[in-house]
Design a binder for this molecule. Structure first.
Ligand code: SF4
Length: 219
């Protein structure tokens, strides 16, 4: 990493070690780097504390903190991490250091310049989020088979909408598709029954970290 890149700064809400609760990396001890700021306001957002505040950190300081946790998986999340352009350099720097890197993004910002070594977990925002109009469908062309498209579902209306998107855009041919119930709002058992009834090519998932620790921050 050159001197200029190392001196770059990003606004960071928190860096912490936890168990990855979602996506294809579920269960791995993972360092989470939560970037501050998000241009969306999803109704069910569980990280509103990341909208403002945070601390400016150099890329170098972030890499040092990540290294101090001593695990091989790193998840860059938010907020919406891509709202800070320097996020792209952070992702590349983490890949260069040999980490298995994932990115959690809202699907509202362009992912085309994300380092191809990164596993991107991209939301398609459902109607109940209040932000479905922000979905940037051009992103679908930039997904790899190892990436994931995540639907967070808060009821039957969201489910029906997601099934429609799945079929209309042939999403299962582009990436792994994840169906995840909103914690406390959508019965996981009902969602499982619907998926089985419709024989959908999707992976259902529960948020493991919330089963372990509830909605505690930094977990
Ligand atoms: S995109 Fe994520 S961080 Fe932003 S409002 Fe929606 S759920 Fe919250």
């Amino acid at each position: 990493m050159g001197e200029v890149a190392a001196a770059q700064e990003l606004r960071i809400t928190e860096i912490f070690l936890s168990i990855q609760g979602e996506s294809a990396s579920v269960g791995w001890p993972t360092v989470f780097v939560r970037l501050t700021g998000c241009p969306l306001r999803c109704v069910y957002c569980d990280t509103t504390y990341s909208f403002t505040g945070g601390e400016l950190m150099t890329l170098e300081a972030i890499l040092d903190q990540v290294e101090a946790h001593g695990v091989s998986h790193v998840c860059v999340t938010g907020g919406e991490p891509l709202a800070q352009p320097e996020c792209l350099d952070l992702l590349t720097a983490l890949c260069d250091q040999g980490y298995q890197v994932s990115l959690e993004t809202s699907g509202a910002l362009d992912i085309s310049r994300v380092d191809p070594r990164v596993m991107t977990v991209m939301d398609l925002k459902t109607p109940s989020s209040g932000e479905a109009h922000r979905n940037l469908l051009s992103n679908l062309a930039h997904l790899k088979p190892t990436d994931q498209i995540k639907f967070v579902l808060a009821g039957r209306e969201d489910y029906d909408w997601a099934v429609d998107q799945l079929r209309q855009h042939d999403l299962a041919s582009k990436a792994q598709v994840l169906f995840s119930p909103v914690f406390k709002d959508q019965s996981p058992a009902d969602l499982a029954e619907w998926i089985l009834h419709d024989k959908l090519p999707v992976r259902m998932q529960l948020q493991l970290h919330k089963l372990l620790w509830g909605e505690a921050r930094g977990r």
